[in-house]
Design a protein around this ligand. Structure first.
Ligand code: ADP
Ligand code: MG
Length: 306
């Protein structure tokens, strides 16, 4: 259900000595969404998230979570939010069930712990020491701890950093499950692919400032409208035929490989239609869509990995 935003951040600024970590940052997170604050390392994601969690105090600006001030109303909010721990905050020799039990003891009302471990695929690890868990299992335990009080809003800071692709896919599925149960998820990531696959809405932050926000598809359409089709054919008129299509900007030919660049949703359909209309024999066909990675490059002039 949409309606009033769950998080409202307006004009926050946070400095550490001479470092301006976050400046004029504003955004809203609607109820029931997976919202991503995305950007490179050092951009100000954790600082912003911790201000929203009430763990740091911004120098300027206003934050509301469920209409409450995260610092003044920390106690009232504690029941309604779930925060992912960082690894260093758990003892090496605490067992999985002990960690869950300890966390549950901090809240008046909790979900069924065994059910939660089962949901996160940790039932057979309930007696294992924390230090013996794999990276993916540790992250699943942190998700379990964040969900123990059945929160309405869950904070996840770089949840899949350091995980292999398979563990990462498992975690993405679990985050989608959280949202499917009607909870709001506020996450940070420097992985553009993760944001693209997981988030309903993203805000891109760079050097402490939000540079744009929208749905991932909306950002791609606005900033990187160009699409490409790669075709291999020996048909003599192919380049001229493609060039004549309404949505095509340019055609370049190297040997029998043609690169067709254009914009709009009809480019691929027009290309395929043209192939069939002129009976062209094609030995390879591939399309390329721009990604959030390309959006970041367009907006900042550099790659998010640099
Ligand atoms: N406790 C701190 N003391 C001093 N500088 C900090 C502190 N936390 C973060 N910073 C600095 O603030 C900037 C933003 O950091 P951070 O919010 O951690 O970014 P991100 O989470 O996007 O990597 C960086 O330049 C970082 O070095
Ligand atoms: Mg961070």
């Amino acid at each position: 259900m949409s309606g009033a935003p769950v998080i409202r951040v307006s004009g926050i600024r946070k400095t550490y000595g001479d470092t301006v970590a976050v400046d004029e940052v504003s955004f809203e997170v609607p109820r029931g969404q997976i919202f991503g604050l995305i950007g490179p390392n050092g951009a100000g994601k954790t600082t912003t998230m911790e201000c929203v969690e009430g763990l740091r105090k911004p120098d300027q600006g206003r934050i509301e979570v469920f209409g409450l001030d995260p610092i003044k109303h920390a106690h009232a909010l504690q029941r309604r939010i779930g925060v992912q721990l960082q690894e260093a905050q758990l003892q090496k020799r605490i067992k999985v069930w002990e960690a869950v039990d300890l966390w549950a003891s901090l809240f008046d009302a909790t979900v069924d712990a065994e059910g939660l471990l089962d949901q996160l695929g940790l039932s057979d690890k309930r007696n294992a020491w924390f230090m013996t868990l794999s990276g993916g299992q540790k992250q699943r335990l942190f998700i379990a701890l964040a969900l123990i009080n059945d929160p309405e809003l869950v904070f996840l800071d770089e949840l899949t950093t350091g995980l292999d692709p398979q563990a990462r896919h498992t975690i993405w599925g679990l985050v989608r499950d959280i949202a499917a149960r009607g909870k709001t998820v506020f996450l940070t990531t420097h992985l553009m692919e993760e944001a693209e696959r997981l988030c309903d809405h993203v805000a891109i932050i760079d050097h402490g400032r939000i540079i744009d926000h929208d749905t991932p598809a909306g950002l791609v359409t606005r900033h990187c409208p160009q699409r490409s089709v790669f075709v291999s054919t020996t048909h003599p008129d192919a380049a001229a035929r493609f060039d004549a299509l309404a949505s095509v900007d340019s055609v370049t030919t190297v040997g029998d490989q043609l690169t067709i660049r254009g914009r709009g949703d009809d480019l691929v359909t027009e290309t395929i239609h043209c192939l069939s209309e002129h009976g062209m024999r094609v030995t390879a066909f591939r399309t390329e869509e721009p990604t959030l990675e390309d959006v970041f490059l367009t907006l900042t002039g550099r790659s998010v990995r640099e």
